[in-house]
Design a protein around this ligand. Structure first.
Ligand SMILES: [Fe+2]
Ligand SMILES: [Fe+2]
Length: 292
């Protein structure tokens, strides 16, 4: 498949490629809580595998330092629109494509199941709210961003790519790999500078962190910002960039991850029944409208 046609398919794939990428992480890369990546995830027989591989080929080729800078300039002004949080959840849920019958959760169901699993374990209400909101940044897809610039594992740019990132072989196609600064082990960073001072590959995590940063407690913001940074929270890489604050927050990011990956419930939560509870919760932490 040419780069262009893969890009076209991935742009037109709607919800299905997003779900396929997340299903791949859950079923083939980290099929149980805790252990590191399956080294043999590339060998699994799965009809969705080729599209996931094509997804990462594009993601790893195009997520360069300069691309991230441009995306931040485009999106972090948060001047596209203001939406009520429920409006945003409804809007996200228009991202539906039922072309893949095996992976048929819509976005709202994934968020609700994550939140309900957190609530069932008796965690604080801001943690439950984080479960409900954590993927809201995927609205980027609805504003024309290709899926490879919205979902998938995230990683720092501006320094050498780490081989524990999934499908890291595709970084060979990224121009930063041979860049005289960005391709070096430390790149533009000082050891211990803190994750807040590094540029992550662009996606829904970083975007939503900026959307919600003034409203949620710090552990919630770490869960949102780094939930796809598997090379850090699961593979224990990139510790050289971390400071004490990152080390303090890491257990929260790890606590969140199983709810994101493994919280499919046999009986899907009923949104209309749960809406009163979540309305109160949203109103407790968020204003009537938030800037996107
Ligand atoms: Fe996510
Ligand atoms: Fe998620």
């Amino acid at each position: 498949m040419s780069d262009q046609s893969a890009s076209g398919d991935l742009q037109n794939g709607g919800n299905s490629i997003i779900n396929a990428v997340e299903h791949f992480v859950e079923q083939q890369v980290y099929p149980e809580t805790g252990p590191r990546a399956h080294g043999d995830y590339r060998n699994y027989e799965d009809p969705a595998r080729d599209s996931v591989r094509d997804f990462y080929r594009l993601n790893h080729r195009h997520q360069t330092h300069d691309f991230v800078i441009r995306q931040r300039e485009i999106h972090l002004g948060l001047n596209r629109c203001r939406m009520n949080p429920f409006e945003a959840l409804d809007f996200l849920n228009t991202l539906i494509d039922d072309s893949d019958p095996d992976i048929d959760l819509d976005q709202l169901q994934h968020l609700l199941q994550t939140a309900e699993a957190i609530r069932a374990d008796g965690h604080p209400d801001w943690f439950v709210l984080t479960g409900l909101l954590h993927d809201l940044g995927k609205v980027l897809c609805l504003w024309g961003e290709p899926q490879w610039a919205v979902v998938g594992d995230t990683f720092p740019v501006g320094c050498q790519f780490n081989e524990r990132v999934v499908y890291s072989e595709y970084f060979a196609d990224n121009p930063d790999t041979t860049h005289p600064v960005y391709g070096t082990p430390q790149g533009i960073y000082q050891p211990g500078c803190g994750l807040r001072n590094i540029l992550m590959s662009w996606g829904h995590d970083e975007y939503l962190f900026h959307v919600l940063r003034q409203y949620l407690p710090e552990p919630a913001l770490y869960m949102i910002r780094y939930h796809s940074f598997y090379a850090w929270h699961r593979e224990e890489q990139y510790n050289w960039l971390c400071d004490d604050h990152d080390r303090e927050m890491l257990p929260w990011v790890r606590k969140f991850n199983p709810y994101d990956l493994y919280s499919k419930s046999p009986v899907p939560p009923n949104w209309s029944e749960l809406k009163p509870y979540y309305t109160d919760l949203i109103n407790k932490y968020l204003p009537d409208t938030i800037a996107f």
